[in-house]
Design a protein around this ligand. Sequence first.
Ligand SMILES: [Fe+2]
Length: 386
Amino acid sequence: MSTRVILPRIMQVGAGASLALPDVLTSLSCAKPLIITDAMMVQLGYVQALQDCLTKNDIDSSVFADTVPEPTVGSIQAGVEMARQGSYDCVVALGGGSPIDSAKAIAVLSCLGGEMRDYKFPRIMDQPGLPVIAIPTTAGTGSEATRVTIITDESCDEKMLCVGAAYMPSAALVDYNLTLSVPPRTTADTGIDALTHAMEAYVSKKASLYSDSQALEAMRLIAPNLRTAYHNGKDEKAREAMMLGSTLAGVAFSNASVALVHGMSRPIGAFFHVPHGLSNAMLLPAVTEYSIPAAPDRYADCARAMGVAEQGDSDELANHKLLTELKALNDELSVPGPQEFGIDKVAFFEVLDTMALQALASGSPANNPRVPDAEEIKAIYQQLWD
Ligand SMILES: [Fe+2]
């Protein structure tokens, strides 16, 4: 059996990679970019720096800076209009996962028309929209190297998963310098998201030797550096490892899919506006504990790659150490439980059935080594309150 691997055409990786944008645009035969970003990137001066670098190379650019965290159908509409009205030949996505996901959706909708709902999974969208050049500023969602975008339909609180080659950026400029100013909370949330991508890709039923190699290396890079990046954001070695690990984890899950953590995480995010990485972090220990019996060898490999178990440890001991580590990591990174985050318990239990159905409908739980039914999913959600 063979596996189809989809990657960006160009990946520029390392310190200062974002400054290669003019060159990369030329390589892609693009000359009129629309930069899609958010207010924070403007405030940090990153947008100006990018535009200055383009101007020096005689490239005019426009900016849409109104993307929001956990983007919705409504939040991207103005960006779609702007992209439709200008004669842009590409989109430059600058920011964390939300601006990049917004840009992917805008690139498709402005070019191919229709509503976001038309593009929801299980539709596989391979016809390209405008080329996207992704410049991530967190480590991260890995969105710069995935064929996925997530847009929330605010009319029914559903996080719509959209999949296909259309959402794979044409180029990814992976510049860890842009992560040096990311605050600890975001570093933790996005870092655990990246770790989850790597673990889920590795245990996924759709894993291949190719995705395994990316996932294991991602775990080797992320796990020993996440705490350092959280406590000392200026540590360049830790930031560099986290950034590359995050991109490799993106490559891994884009080609092997995510699994139960992500399936259950999206409804929590949609209903209670919990940042994506944080809802993953809340779920990761409980879902891992539930899943280990179906793939003890795979999870033990994760523990060894992360450096929390010795090569000679039995699978059982390695998995025990893995669970201990995931809980300790959440403690050290101050990951709140749902109550501590401020979720109303009654409201949570009222939508338990809907969340379980949405999780199953996303398709991600079916990739898990142990596939739950709705009742089992509800039991795991309930466990978060114990
Ligand atoms: Fe994720």
